[in-house]
Design a protein around this ligand. Structure first.
Ligand code: HDE
Length: 721
């Protein structure tokens, strides 16, 4: 039969189509990952244009490719965490260095040398996901150990105590510190009326207030802060003997902080400062490391500490119960995908393994149901344990079934226990003798809705903390209280805070009150307020050096510290090269900063590559500043306001500054009295270009950087930067 012209055309087109399809499938089989498809696997022919009725016509509802793409996008956000919304995560491992077999039967704590994979998430507490890293706040330090006996989560903070004693007050605390409900301000800050109103009416917050007003709340890096489990937990050994245990993470790089002015500026210059720091360190192979330390306390010893270790507003001074180092945590891999891992990771203090159990700390007890509950709304259902980041490395099997986003395909007829229809021996429940055993604590008490009187002392440990700080750290605490309270609009709230502080230390309270336009602190007024308990336990020590960041030993020199090298045309690079290589050998990095990108000409006619400009990488991004010699370079820097500001700001933030040869001109131009011929200024190193002096110069500069900051520096307050 003769075919019509139309039919011929259709067939030809179909043939073309078939050929095109065959080619497509061929490509697909060669590498399907190269082809863009829908979620159903249908290859997308054009990812730029939606399906329309004519090129200028309306979009067609039938365009399932467009609809699927937009619908998925519309649902990309999940509820952010109600607290700890902003964070950064990393993979790594925990290595046991000392067997804990004597104290716990936990498998991952038995054999020295054994390694357990971990995922760690650091976070701020109050801010939203899009807030800044360097705000004044506690930091979360949550570790998921993927052990062979199940996942163990140690969900702690960088501060060893908490604001409140009972979970009942947590929603109030969080409401008070979060942005105020009527106008959603301020973001990621405790410096506002509702927080201090609540805090001033809750004297149990006093100890933690001291910590969050200290430099602990503005860490230099996640890598340079301690972590704490906060609550007392229990270790139980194979014989069923229990000890209380407190967990400590001790950073190998030492404990270091920012300056408050610096922290505020960084929040604007680089909101991702801490996240970037962690990411870059791992990417560069400078794997962050902490020691795991434990304080182990027998039931008998717990009675004689002088305070109640079930009270989460108390710590156990390291001088009373030493911290035994039992392992190390190393973070060596950045996540592949922020959302899939850092956002979807679900921690829970109730994820414990055999050999680790809870204490009756009423704050911990309240946390135990909260974390599953929050994941249900955050991650959308009860199967969040199946997400790759949350999945254990050991098998799990039970008869929990179905629910939103179920991934596992359970097989067979039987979904109940006991049963006689399945042969699955792995579903046995073995008379309760195996697996997780709770500590069989005796309990026979009336039901009460009350606090233990042993929780009544709200000030002794706040005073201990205060007494343990160095003079500079005390100054910082006073300034932090002053700043926060100066943002509080209601004078009566400011007054209540300083009245409470008078119970910590009279001088501290007086100093804080000075610039706040309120009356002198009145300890009696505080003591007369409803709910106030004027109780002090006898602590067996006056101060605890371990509570001070400055008094704790400095470790690891200057590894990963960042040094800015300020240059202009005519820079003399002889001494610079020598210092750069000494710094690099010690693990620090140097970056050349100038008025423009590209190159500057050196005094010997070479070209020196510029890494950053004064404005795109200001002084707050660095730990130290180096100004090399060269008359023309020094002269140009003196005339450049941004360069002068750079060094002034570093001076104000007490950072180490090294000037070489003519570079000293820049120092003199600051007007702070630092320079050649004048009195020595802490952390300001003045050197010459001459080759014989270079090794000593490098040593002096590196020793200064290792001190982190030079708080005793004069004229810091006079710097307008
Ligand atoms: Fe949390 N806390 N918390 N918390 N917490 C959450 O769980 C809660 C407390 C801590 O990186 C939430 O998954 C209650 C103390 C960290 O994902 C939520 C109480 C300590 C993280 C929750 C506390 C912490 C959280 C929000 C008082 C230090 C971030 C999202 C009874 C020991 C973990 C989530 C991560 C997160 C509740 C007190 C540490 C809502 C009810 C004390 C590090 O479940």
């Amino acid at each position: 039969m003769a075919q019509t012209k139309q039919e011929a055309q259709r067939k030809a087109k179909a043939g073309e189509g078939a050929a095109a399809k065959a080619k497509q499938l061929e490509t697909f089989s060669q590498g399907p990952e190269n082809l863009l498809t829908t979620n159903q696997g249908v290859v997308i022919p054009d990812n730029h244009n939606s399906l329309k009725a004519g090129v200028r016509g309306p979009t067609l509802l039938e365009d399932f490719i467009l609809r699927e793409k937009i619908t998925h996008f519309d649902h990309e956000r999940i509820p952010e965490r109600v607290v700890h919304a902003r964070g950064a995560g990393a993979h790594g491992y925990f290595e046991l260095t000392k067997s804990m077999v004597e104290y716990t039967s936990a498998d991952f704590l038995q054999e020295a040398g054994s390694r357990t994979p971990v995922f760690v998430r650091f976070s701020t507490v109050a801010g939203s996901r899009g807030s800044s890293d360097t705000v004044r706040d506690a930091r979360g330090f949550a570790v998921k150990f993927y052990t062979r006996e199940g996942n163990y989560d140690l969900v702690g903070n960088n501060i060893p105590v908490f604001f409140i004693q009972d979970a009942m007050k947590f929603p109030d605390l969080v409401h008070a510190v979060k942005p105020e409900p009527h106008n959603e301000m301020p973001q990621a800050a405790s410096a506002h009326d509702t927080f201090w109103d609540f805090a001033s009416l809750m004297p149990e917050t006093t100890h933690m207030l001291m910590w969050v007003m200290s430099d602990r709340a503005i860490p230099r890096s996640f890598r340079m802060m301690e972590g704490f489990g906060v609550h007392s937990f229990r270790f139980i050994n194979a014989k069923g003997v229990a000890h209380f245990v407190k967990f400590h993470w001790k950073p190998k790089l030492g404990k270091h902080a920012l300056v408050w002015d610096e922290a505020q500026k960084i929040a604007g210059k680089d909101a991702d400062f801490h996240r970037r720091d962690l990411w870059e360190a791992i990417a560069q192979g400078n794997f962050p490391e902490w020691e795991l330390g434990l304080q182990l306390v027998s039931e008998q010893k717990a009675q004689s500490l002088g305070f109640d270790l079930l009270d989460p507003t108390k710590l156990i001074p390291e001088e009373l119960v030493p911290v035994t180092v039992v392992g190390r945590l190393v973070l060596n891999r950045n996540p592949d995908n922020f959302f899939a891992e850092t956002e979807q990771v679900a921690f829970h203090p109730g994820h414990v393994v055999p050999g680790i159990d809870f204490s009756n700390d009423p704050l911990l007890q309240g946390r135990l149901f909260s974390y599953t509950d929050t994941q249900l709304s955050r991650l959308g259902g009860p199967n969040f344990h199946e997400l790759p980041i949350n999945k254990g490395v050991c098998p799990f099997h039970n008869f929990q079934r179905d629910g939103m986003h179920r991934v596992l395909v359970n097989k067979g007829q039987v979904n109940y226990e006991p049963n006689s229809l399945a042969s699955g021996a792995e579903f046995r429940v073995d008379g309760g003798q195996q697996g997780f055993q709770s500590f069989p604590e005796e309990m026979e008490s009336p039901k009460v809705r009350r606090r233990s009187p042993s929780f009544d002392d709200h000030f002794s440990q706040a005073t201990l903390f205060w007494n343990s700080q160095s003079p500079a750290e005390k100054e910082h605490i006073i300034a932090a209280f002053q700043f926060e309270l100066s943002k509080v609009e209601v004078p009566a709230i400011r007054q209540r805070v300083v009245d409470n502080l008078a119970h910590v230390d009279a001088k501290l309270a007086r100093k804080v009150a000075e610039p706040l336009g309120i009356a002198l602190p009145d300890a009696k007024a505080a003591a007369g307020r409803a709910g106030f308990r004027d109780v002090r336990m006898k602590l067996p020590l006056e101060s605890s050096p371990a509570l001070s960041m400055e008094s704790s030993p400095l470790t690891n020199g200057i590894a990963t510290r960042k040094v800015a090298v300020l240059v202009s045309n005519g820079v003399e690079t002889g001494a610079l090269r020598a210092l750069q290589s000494a710094l690099a050998d010690a693990g620090a990095t140097t970056k050349v900063v100038a008025a423009h990108l590209g190159f500057v000409a050196t005094s010997s006619g070479q070209q020196l590559a510029v890494d950053h400009t004064f404005t795109n990488m200001p002084s707050v991004m660095f730990d130290a500043v180096l100004v090399p010699g060269g008359a023309a370079s020094a002269q140009a820097l003196v005339l450049n306001g941004e360069a002068v500001h750079f060094v002034l700001e570093a001076y104000k933030h007490c950072k180490s500054i090294c000037v070489i040869g003519e570079g000293a001109q820049l120092l003199r131009s600051l007007g702070v009295g630092a320079g050649e011929g004048g009195p020595a200024v802490p952390g300001v190193i003045i050197g010459k270009n001459d080759p014989p002096g270079r090794p000593q110069l490098a040593q002096d500069f590196m020793a200064a950087i290792a001190k982190h900051r030079h708080w005793a520096r004069p004229n810091v307050d006079a710097v307008p930067a």
